[in-house]
Design a protein around this ligand. Structure first.
Ligand code: KG4
Ligand code: ZN
Length: 348
């Protein structure tokens, strides 16, 4: 094999860094699909005591962990630093102080190893977590449900993101966490509320926020307020509502709306697949409901494994591969962006 052939057959190893919120994570992804390592250090135990993420504390914790996590990811992958092909970093959206830590670490590594730098959109990462587990077939509809985002996206081709609906107020994960807090559950409350809802034998009747009949947008602040009002009214009467009954009512209201709108989009856009992404994609209630509706519609529901639903660097490495294939690299003066549009992220 001559040198050029050898270059062509060399695997692409992307070292990816994710620090947009409260998880410090570094992964090495081979050819956009194979996870060689995916080290995740969660700060949940620290933020739990405050009932939510404290941005300043998050940044400091990222600074403390990023170096050993990079070292561990390289070691676990069994890939020598000189065999890396590129370094990818989450550019945004996210907490700016948190993003900055990963970005500076990624730039330092790219500069010292003389590697190209790839800027990744966090939501593109959540969506592309699916490619680590399944093949995506276009056109597809993607339902992104996380702590910071709730979006319905149509994709006609790889990297071609067309947002057709988004939340007008709270993100779905945020609503889960706020309702869970009102029920006295630990932070982040989404998974606890999900478990509680599964145990309930009845559901508190709550409204559904359908918005205008043809809208794909969402709204979750009304349902959150309705739960808080029900809890307060019961308290004033000296009653205590069964938390499982409340959790089930909330879960059903939220999942009904997410499922109906996603399935309407599947039909309207002739989607071959429904793709679920983001932390709330771990929700059992939502998965079961979508699974049943997709089976009825005769299309597969794609969802990442639970560890790839919440924030991790493997998903950033998977999305970075799109830019690697197009040789779309960033310069070392790349800035962290707390708000970053998804639709223009990749030049098609
Ligand atoms: O994607 P992610 O890790 O971070 C963001 O980019 O926002 O999502 C975190 C969110 C939190 O709000 C958490 O409560 C929620 O995902 N979450 C869940 C479940 N697992 C995580 N929400 C409902 N049910 C779950 N099983
Ligand atoms: Zn996320």
């Amino acid at each position: 094999m001559n040198q050029q052939q050898d270059q062509e057959h060399r695997p692409c190893y992307i070292l990816a860094v994710e620090t947009s919120c409260d998880e410090t994570s570094v992964a090495i992804i081979e050819d956009g699909r194979i996870i060689r390592s995916n080290v995740i250090s969660s700060q949940i135990d620290i933020h739990k005591q405050y009932g939510g993420v404290v941005p300043e504390v998050a940044s400091r914790k990222h600074v403390e962990s990023i170096t050993w996590i990079i070292e561990q990811a390289i070691q676990e992958a069994g890939v020598a630093p000189e065999d890396l092909s590129a370094v990818a970093v989450t550019q945004g959206p996210g907490l700016v102080g948190s993003l900055l830590v990963g970005m500076i670490a990624g730039k330092a590594l790219a500069f010292s190893l003389q590697l190209p730098l790839i800027a990744v959109h966090h939501i593109a990462g959540h969506i592309y977590a699916n490619t680590l587990v399944h093949d995506m077939e276009y056109p597809l509809v993607c339902l992104v449900v996380s702590g910071g985002h709730t979006e319905l996206i149509v994709m006609e081709a790889p990297g071609d993101f067309h947002i057709i609906g988004r939340t007008r107020d709270d993100a779905v994960g945020e609503a889960y966490d706020k309702v869970a807090r009102a029920l006295g559950l630990p932070y982040p409350g989404g998974p606890y509320l999900d478990k509680l809802a599964q145990q309930a034998s009845s559901a508190l009747p709550l409204p559904r926020a359908w918005l205008e009949p043809d809208s794909y947008d969402f709204s979750f602040s009304g349902i959150k307020s309705a739960v808080l009002a029900a809890l307060n009214q019961a308290k004033m009467k000296g009653l205590v509502l069964d938390p499982a009954h409340v959790a089930r009512g909330f879960q059903e209201s939220v999942c009904d709306v997410l499922t109906e709108k996603a399935m309407r989009a599947v039909k309207e856009y002739g989607a071959k697949q429904l793709v679920l992404a983001g932390g709330v994609a771990a929700n059992q209630g939502l998965r079961e409901r979508l699974e049943a509706r997709c089976a009825e519609a005769g299309i597969p529901l794609l969802a990442p494994s639970l560890i790839l639903c919440t924030d991790n660097a493997a998903m950033i490495g998977a999305a970075a591969y799109l830019k690697w294939q197009r040789q779309q690299f960033a310069s070392l003066d790349l800035k962290a962006e707390p708000i970053l549009p998804l639709e223009e992220w990749l030049k098609l």
